[in-house]
Design a protein around this ligand. Structure first.
Ligand code: NAG
Ligand code: NAG
Ligand code: NAG
Ligand code: NAG
Ligand code: NAG
Ligand code: NAG
Ligand code: NAG
Ligand code: NAG
Ligand code: NAG
Length: 480
């Protein structure tokens, strides 16, 4: 009770010494179930024993120090709780041994969870940092183990999702089974590095969401990222790591990315704490709409929520199963109206604008190529069906650099009203409509159409200005 009161008043008093708050567990100074650690220097995170609402088990976890609704962001022993609530477990402890083994034990000294450093540490301490990271280190200062390498269901600012090739860690998020059960549920989010890396969410074996690859600025399937000016999103893809993280510039903004189970599905939510309202505000979430369901329009189909029906075929393609397609079941996708004609070198490309590019798990990536070199490489390879820039410029005015090439079907393709990338889809000459005869015809049609349109616009403008002039005259008249 006392420690709970401490944790409530501490941010107000800003007097950590008054409550004897500490931020570390050291040999001979374990943490008891009725105590907490408070991160230094700002008390942003608390580490302690907790029992989720509706549960009768005890866990060691990390929650916010300055958020009045207890929000657990990390759990140590999620797979092996201590039976009974915190009140039943006064004697449980979190301790560090003289050599640096960090362990959670019950009152009768049964160890339910532990981490042992690769080598014994001198003067070890387990410390909760203001980032929310629980760090085990020795006197030398080198980090022997850290909680950020073992995420639970929440990505905090500066915490990395993805693969650390040096440590051999694959940092994934796994949703709680339910709000009263932190144990790993079926909903998982992870970075898949094959082809062009992407983030996926699964619910058991079912694919729930695909981020699309990083296009240099954002994930192609998270198109509104650039509008969040208080955040920086970063993606690192090199020999040491393939990771995603976000950084919040404004110290007073509390934001987290959490993976959850809703009804029958998985959902990724970015929430931001609104102090005035005392609630978490939902900032962004995915999957969001019908087109975020994985490949609702099948291979070579394009999903567009602004169309009814949402599925259409790429230009130059026709539905594979017209009967199913007519019933708005797009999953079979589309096939080419005309086969490619690679050897003759007459194939060309059509541009699909504002696209979330297709699944890149089996794409070829060459970041050293320019977009024009990419086009030529695609034309040279008879199995290449589309290409796109791998690294668009931040202002999207230039072409960008880097090359992503697809072969076979283009799956899980959607378009946005405004965001997204340009995708260049390979077509046979017959489907490009660029034979000289049809080109001429198009030009004539276009010229006739523009002349008609211009005449029509002029007529409308004439009528508009005429009536406006009259109205204005009338209005002016009435004022005088
Ligand atoms: C909670 O668990 C403890 C220990 O397992 C048990 O003694 C107690 O009866 C349980 N309480 C409830 C409400 O189930
Ligand atoms: C915590 O529990 C121990 C015994 O279980 C008790 O001696 C101590 O006073 C308690 N501390 C607080 C802060 O409640
Ligand atoms: C010690 O506690 C654990 C978990 O609370 C329980 O499973 C085990 O039976 C207990 N052992 C003894 C000897 O009481
Ligand atoms: C990381 O884990 C996920 C989920 O288990 C898996 O699909 C993915 O391929 C893994 N990534 C790497 C690089 O091992
Ligand atoms: C940080 O965010 C707070 C609350 O949203 C706002 O009042 C403040 O002006 C921001 N500070 C900066 C430097 O943007
Ligand atoms: C999951 O949803 C529950 C209920 O809405 C909420 O209490 C919890 O904070 C959510 N978890 C995450 C990681 O956002
Ligand atoms: C290549 O072009 C020639 C002449 O235009 C045509 O007869 C031939 O069928 C084309 N080859 C293929 C594989 O379509
Ligand atoms: C052509 O593309 C296929 C499929 O992506 C790939 O396996 C093959 O290596 C490529 N060939 C060349 C010469 O790039
Ligand atoms: C992407 O392009 C920018 C310049 O627009 C460049 O600074 C950056 O290194 C490129 N990234 C990769 C992975 O090639």
């Amino acid at each position: 009770m006392a420690s709970f009161a401490c944790y409530l008043v501490l941010p107000l008093l800003l007097a950590s010494t008054a409550c004897h708050a500490r931020d570390a567990v050291t040999p001979g100074r374990p943490l008891a179930a009725n105590q907490t650690l408070l991160s230094a220097p700002d008390g942003k995170f608390v580490l302690g024993f907790f029992t989720p609402p509706g549960a009768n088990s005890t866990y060691v976890g990390v929650w916010y120090g300055k958020v009045s609704v207890r929000t657990v962001v990390w759990v140590a022993n999620r797979e092996r709780p201590i039976p009974g609530g915190v009140a039943d477990n006064h004697g449980a402890t979190l301790s560090v041994s003289a050599t640096g083994t960090l362990a959670i034990a019950t009152a009768n000294s049964t160890v339910v969870w532990s981490v042992k450093p690769a080598a014994a540490l001198a003067s070890p301490a387990a410390r909760i940092l203001d980032s929310g990271n629980l760090v085990l280190a020795g006197a030398g200062g080198g980090v022997a183990w850290e909680g950020f390498d073992y995420p639970t269901d929440t990505l905090l600012p500066d915490m990395k999702l993805g693969v650390d090739l040096v440590k051999g860690r694959n940092r994934t998020l796994t949703a709680w089974k339910s709000p009263s059960d932190p144990s790993p549920g079926p909903v998982v989010m992870a970075m898949v590095t094959s082809g062009d890396p992407q983030v996926f969410i699964w619910n058991g074996d079912d694919l729930v969401w695909r981020s699309g690859p990083w296009d240099g600025v954002q994930f192609t399937g998270v198109p509104d990222t650039v509008t969040y000016s208080d955040f920086t999103f970063s993606f690192i893809n090199n020999a040491q790591e393939v990771t995603y993280s976000f950084h919040v510039h404004n110290e007073s903004i509390i934001s987290r990315l959490g993976l959850n189970t809703t009804g029958n599905n998985g959902v990724l939510q970015r929430s931001t704490w609104v102090e005035a309202a005392g609630t978490w505000n939902l900032y962004w979430y995915a999957p969001k709409d019908q087109c975020d369901a994985v490949s609702p329009c099948g291979p070579n189909g394009v999903c567009d929520t602004n169309n009814m029906p949402v599925c259409s075929c790429l230009r130059g393609f026709v539905p594979r199963s017209p009967a199913a397609w007519a019933l708005r079941d797009g999953r079979d996708g589309c096939v080419r109206a005309t086969p490619l004609d690679c050897r003759n070198g007459t194939d060309g490309f059509v541009t699909l604008r504002h696209a979330k590019v297709p699944d890149t798990v089996r794409s070829l990536v060459d970041m050293s190529l320019s977009l024009e070199q990419c086009r030529q490489a695609c034309l040279r390879n008879c199995s290449c069906t589309a290409y796109a820039s791998g690294n668009v410029s931040a202002d999207r005015r230039a072409d960008g650099s880097g090359c992503v090439m697809w072969s076979a079907g283009l799956t899980d393709l959607r378009v946005y009203p405004d965001f997204g990338q340009e995708l260049f889809v390979r077509l046979a000459a017959a489907d490009l409509g660029i034979t000289s005869k049809s080109k001429k015809k198009h030009v004539i049609v276009a010229v006739v159409a523009s002349v008609c349109a211009l005449a029509f616009l002029l007529a409308i403008a004439g009528v508009f200005f005429w009536t406006r002039g009259k109205k204005k005259a009338r209005k002016t008249g009435s004022i005088q």
